[in-house]
Design a protein around this ligand. Structure first.
Ligand code: ATP
Ligand code: ATP
Ligand code: MG
Ligand code: MG
Ligand code: MG
Length: 278
């Protein structure tokens, strides 16, 4: 087929390489999951099986694509972060997004029966959309992650109160909505506690904080190890430092992929895992 008279059509393909040296976030989101929740009777406000399934699919994506540094999931969405030095698919957006979306969807469907053994899938099957966004600085990237986690908190507090009013308080959807209109978070905590004896702080961490997926490498005591390492590195010949960095990278690549429900807004998470953003 090389050099056929048809080949000129290739020139219609437009370049879509992402800006170099920026953190690439691919966020996927379930299509029409409001309907899917109803079809498979997801428990409200949080169906643990569905969240565990999202997390299993995200872990599988990270295992398939070692270039992903960290991922964060809530509800029917997951954000996958590629290191700013990543050159996978020459950083072509459509390749990156479509690969993540299809890998995730494939694993989601593959693992469905493990988490929903009594509810076999039938068309329309679950599917996901995706987009890629570049963040030029670590601060921008951390603000992005914080944005998603704040969203998780706001939505979960609202949904927990909303569904408590309905499931335990016996009001209908419209009444629950009216009762919550104009409330701030303190009001919702108060409704939960005074009316239903629910202390929001005791709700499961996965619901309150979402899910963080990363390679579980050694933890660093903030303010100590780092500085020592840098001093050591400066004292070593360049060659040695390089091979050490390469060894570190390989060890990190082999570290087990874990799902944890941690605060990623505060510095602590990042300070203890400096390799994530270095
Ligand atoms: P779109 O295709 O535009 O994304 P959508 O119906 O998926 O439409 P979203 O804004 O993505 O809309 O919202 C997802 C819906 O699925 C929310 O209502 C959310 O509460 C629900 N949902 C997702 N995961 C779970 C879960 N594990 N348990 C209960 N509900 C869930
Ligand atoms: P990339 O990830 O870059 O797409 P690739 O290995 O998938 O790498 P392609 O250019 O997509 O490379 O080529 C797909 C290969 O699979 C070709 O060699 C093609 O001949 C082979 N292939 C695809 N479908 C079939 C099929 N049904 N029977 C036999 N060979 C097939
Ligand atoms: Mg959705
Ligand atoms: Mg969503
Ligand atoms: Mg191919």
């Amino acid at each position: 087929m090389a050099n056929s008279k048809f080949e000129y059509v290739k020139s219609f393909e437009l370049p879509d390489t992402l800006l170099p040296n920026t953190w690439v976030v691919v966020r996927i989101d379930g299509r029409g999951f409001t309907k899917l929740c109803a079809k498979y009777n997801f428990e409200k406000p949080n169906d643990k099986r569905a969240l565990d399934l999202m997390n299993a699919a995200a872990k599988a994506v990270m295992a398939d694509l070692p270039e992903i540094t960290i991922a964060y999931g809530i509800s029917d969405e997951y954000s996958f972060v590629f290191h700013k030095s990543c050159t996978l698919f020459e950083r072509r957006a459509s390749k990156l997004v479509s690969t993540i979306v299809s890998t995730f969807t494939a694993h989601y469907i593959y693992s469905w029966s493990t988490y929903f053994p009594d509810a076999p899938l039938s068309p329309p099957l679950p599917s996901f959309d995706g987009r890629a966004v570049c963040y030029p600085s670590v601060q921008n990237l951390r603000d992005y992650m914080s944005w998603r986690q704040v969203d998780c908190h706001i939505n979960n507090l609202y949904n927990t109160t909303f569904w408590a009013l309905i499931q335990l308080g016996g009001v209908d959807n419209r009444e629950a909505e009216q009762l919550l209109a104009g409330t701030v978070s303190g009001d919702k905590n108060e409704i939960l506690f005074s009316r239903f004896h629910i202390n929001y702080n005791n709700e499961p961490e996965m619901y309150k904080k979402g899910s963080v997926v990363f390679r579980d490498y050694e933890l660093v005591e903030p303010g100590t190890h780092n500085a020592e390492r840098d001093a050591d590195a400066l004292a070593e010949p360049l060659q040695h430092t390089k091979s050490q960095a390469e060894k570190d990278r390989k060890r990190r690549g082999k570290a087990p992929i874990v799902v944890q429900h941690l605060d990623i807004i505060k510095d602590d998470f990042w300070d203890r895992r400096p390799w994530l953003l270095s």
